[in-house]
Design a protein around this ligand. Structure first.
Ligand code: C2E
Ligand code: MG
Ligand code: MG
Length: 722
């Protein structure tokens, strides 16, 4: 449509004498709501106009009278109509959308109708207009809103489906089609039934799915959240809410989210918490649960039961000569054989390493003995792996309830002592535990000697702390350090913590050592902090130390004395600490977390923590035990475990650090698996303060450093000795 240029704009002309118009017609014109006027067909002049017409053109009705239609019409279609009419060829009606030109030069969009009116004085033409300006503005605003809404729908990560009350599709986004795998042409056909049918056929359980949809559609105000499993294996979370206007439902919005990974992580958490990863057998936690139940049963009706603890003989030898891969397969086969030789009601669990427990229900001494014999027989058949034939034997210690002990720990302790006796007297046999099994005297002597030497070492300040850098896997920056105790005794030489810490734990002296370590490490962290090189220092905490009544206050006081902000201290706790007396542990952990101290689970994966329980603890990170790192990336089982722990960490929003990283290949694997930090000989062993500081000084803030695989200089077999 061509609009007239600004120079052609009409100006209000002098009013002309209106032609004589019948009074009823004038009254009718005046009364009309839409803009209207009458035109005589020869000179095309306005005979009379109503006030609405004046308002539309921006003048008075009187000023319109006498105007020529040639100036008032703005569109070619109108001009042609009037010209034809003046030339005597017109006489038709005209109804269409057009533009009129106002006196101020602007134009107005209108729907215009021209129709002839016969009067006594001859034929006139009635022009009536409906102003469309407001309608067009509303339409444009609606278009913008719709476009914005569509963009919003497309930009969400969720699949969205909007239906009306009858279940017809009013809108959906691409993500919706993607999640359900709906082909594009199906959507373009706008065949709602076909789309609904596609969805029905995609779900694993169409029956319950359809029943639920019907229920949702019937209850128009219902809010609902469901999980839907598709044939593809995808698990969708569907949330639906009513869509309302003016408080009344007009349809429904469904949103779909892919929660497949979340579900898988959850399942893995559940499985990890109850089953041994390698063999799939129940783990210690599940075993403890079953023992508790058996204990309760005995209490109710006196039914006895037996615990048989099986430790494979010289398994270390298999590990060393045939490698971990074969050793793992031996464990798996042992597990299978054991399962095959017990009754349905019994439980075979793996405690870790090469140690298994059989819980023989309803068994007295005779029953337990029969079970032990079956176990020995099951092992007797030779193993054939990789074309290699060999035999595996085991030593079994037996504890009976109620005769040998009242609780799980006590029973397992007696079975363990009996098993050790079997080992000492030549292996490959079983023996019943006695409540007073003795620790061999030679062992007692070394322990006493160590204990005495340790007490002197503390008094004479022979303990030192070394620090092992903890490195960000992505940037290569040193973010923290683990404080590790070192002890050189004038008589015993360098004693590895793995040798003396367990003795200190047994005698209780660990509390004093732990106090010293904490004070020392916090003082060191404070020094670094004051010098502007703040580092998170991790301190190992023993179970006994953690359980001391004043432990949390002691930590707070130590931090205060050194003026170290709590965030720079991390406490490494073992899984066994977390499993103790749940309520007290929880209270302590929360008190520590409130202080601002970080908490880590050390040697993660070796214990039996129920991960469902871990979820509820204020733990900041998991430390993957180096046993799992050692054979990365080649050992498939370890690679699986490590990836699972990292996934778990992610699911529980915990940081993950791996320890014992010795090779580039291990580091690469961990980085790719999404692990956050690592520590190990690859970067550096634990160093004395001075060496540690010079390593930091040499470290370019963000570039990864590679230190060749080496033991601590001048200390043979120390760091790796534990
Ligand atoms: P941990 O807390 O798991 O400490 C890590 C151990 O791995 C340290 O052994 C460390 O030197 C060693 N390590 C680090 N990188 C590598 C590596 O790349 N390869 C290998 N093979 N080993 C590596 P360490 O110092 O002998 O300590 C052994 C255990 O003794 C510690 O295990 C911890 O449980 C305990 N411990 C050490 N210091 C303390 C302490 O101050 N208090 C308490 N309660 N326990 C301590
Ligand atoms: Mg540690
Ligand atoms: Mg550790």
């Amino acid at each position: 449509m061509t609009l007239p240029g600004p120079t052609e704009v009409a100006s209000p002309p002098a009013p002309v004498e209106p032609a004589a118009l019948p009074a009823p017609l004038r009254a009718l014109l005046e009364a009309m709501l839409p803009a209207a006027w009458l035109v005589e067909p020869t000179r095309l002049l306005v005979v009379a106009a109503n006030p609405a017409a004046g308002a539309l053109f921006g003048c008075s009705a009187a000023e319109l009278a006498g105007q020529s239609m040639r100036t008032l019409a703005a569109a070619p279609e109108d001009l042609i109509f009037w010209d034809e009419l003046a030339a005597g060829r017109g006489g038709h009606e005209l109804l269409s959308d057009t533009l009129v030109r106002r006196f101020d030069g602007g134009t107005a969009a209108v729907t215009r109708r021209i129709a002839p009116v016969q009067t006594d004085g001859g034929r006139l033409y009635l022009v009536s207009l409906h102003d469309r300006t407001e309608q067009l503005r509303t339409e444009r605003a609606l278009e913008t809103t719709t476009a914005e809404l569509a963009a919003t729908l497309e930009s969400t990560a969720d699949g969205l489906l909007v239906t009306d009350l009858a279940g017809r599709i009013r809108h959906c986004n691409h993500r919706f089609a993607e999640l359900w795998g709906i082909p594009e042409d199906l959507l373009l056909r706008r065949d709602d039934d076909a789309v609904m049918d596609w969805m029905r056929r995609s779900v694993v359980d169409p029956g319950p799915y359809m029943r639920r949809i019907t229920a949702i559609e019937e209850a128009t105000m219902m809010h609902a959240s469901d999980q839907i499993v598709l044939h593809s294996g995808t698990v969708l979370e569907r949330i639906t809410r009513p869509q309302c206007t003016g408080g009344r439902p007009i349809g429904r919005v469904y949103s779909f989210r892919d929660i497949t990974e979340r579900i898988a992580a959850h399942k893995r958490i559940e499985q990890l918490s109850h089953n041994d990863l390698l063999t799939g057998l129940p783990n210690r936690a599940l075993l403890a649960d079953r023992i508790e139940r058996a204990l309760a049963q005995t209490q109710r009706d006196g039914t006895p039961f037996a615990l048989l603890l099986l430790n494979l003989d010289r398994f270390k030898h298999i590990n060393d000569t045939l490698g971990h891969g074969v050793a793992d397969r031996v464990l798996v086969e042992v597990a299978e054989r054991l399962q095959a030789c017990v009754r349905q009601i019994d439980t075979i669990a793996r405690l870790g390493g090469d140690e298994f427990v059989l819980l023989a229900q309803r068994s007295d001494a005779a029953g337990a003995e029969a079970a032990a014999r079956r176990v020995m027989e099951a092992l007797q058949r030779p193993f054939t792996l990789d074309g290699l034939k060999f035999t595996v034997t085991g030593s079994v210690g037996i504890a009976l309830h109620p005769t040998d002990g009242a609780g799980t720990d006590q029973l397992l302790g007696h079975a363990d002592a009996a098993m050790r006796e079997v080992k000492q007297s030549g292996r490959n046999a079983y023996r019943f535990g006695s409540p007073h099994a003795a620790v061999p005297e030679s062992l007692l002597r070394t322990r006493m000697r160590l204990d005495h030497a340790m007490r002197q070492a503390l008094a004479q300040q022979r303990f030192r702390l070394h620090y092992q850098p903890q490195v960000d896997l992505r940037s290569g920056a040193v973010l923290g350090a683990e404080a590790l105790i070192r002890w050189r005794d004038p008589e015993l030489g360098e004693v590895a913590p793995g040798a003396f810490i367990p003795v200190a734990e047994e005698s209780g002296f660990i509390v004093a050592i732990g106090d010293w370590v904490l004070r020392q490490a916090v003082a060191q962290a404070a020094l670094w902090h004051a010098r502007g090189r703040s580092l998170r220092v991790s301190v190992n905490v023993s179970a006994l130390q953690f359980r001391q009544p004043g432990f949390v206050d002691g930590v707070a006081a130590t931090l205060r004395a050194a003026a170290l902000p709590a965030q720079w201290l991390e406490l490494e706790l073992t899984e066994s600490i977390l499993l103790q007396d749940a309520e007290d542990t929880l209270a302590r952990l929360h008190a520590l977390a409130r202080l601002g101290v970080h908490l880590a689970v050390d040697d993660f994966g070796t214990g039996y923590s129920s991960l469902g329980y871990l979820k509820r603890l204020p733990i900041g990170r998991l430390k993957i035990d180096r046993a799992f790192v050692k054979d990365l990336p080649d050992d498939a089982a370890d690679a699986g475990i490590v990836s699972a722990i990292i996934d778990l960490g992610r699911a529980l929003q915990l940081q993950v650090i791996a320890e014992g990283v010795e090779t580039e290949a291990q580091r690469n694997f961990l980085r790719q698996a999404g692990c956050d930090e690592y520590q190990g000989y690859l970067y550096s062993p634990a160093l004395d303060v001075r060496s540690f500081e010079s390593l930091l000084a040499g470290q370019a803030e963000t570039t990864p450093r590679v230190v060749p695989l080496r033991r601590h200089p001048g200390r043979v077999g120390y760091d790796g000795a534990s």
